[in-house]
Write a protein of this length. Sequence first.
Length: 132
Amino acid sequence: MKFDHVGVAVKSVEQMLAIYSKIGKFEVRQTEVPGQKAKVALLKAGDTSVEFLEPTSEDSSLAKFIRERGEGLHHIAFGVDDIEKTTADLRAQGFRFIYDRAVDGKFGSKVNFMHPKSTGGLLVELTQRGNE
Ligand code: CO
């Protein structure tokens, strides 16, 4: 298991990119993840990334998160080789997940989220990278 990225909930990806382009030269990739109702910008920093997430719909859990807790740290993500196996192993230990099965993430990845109630309050994403 490797650290993959930190997810940050923001109101405007564009605004964050304007700020962070002044902080350093990051390789930036942008996309939209319809299943999460989110616009995503990924700033690569070495082997890990910062992921800015902007809600594309007011009824998304991301929009609700920003309304209730403001912009800021949303989740941390670990990379795994086999998400279904890792999820099954962790479920067997009593960990709870948001989705029954992994869902489509950005750039062809498969993701699932561990419920904050079983991880000490922090949303933890498990991600199996795609080929993109
Ligand atoms: Co993420």
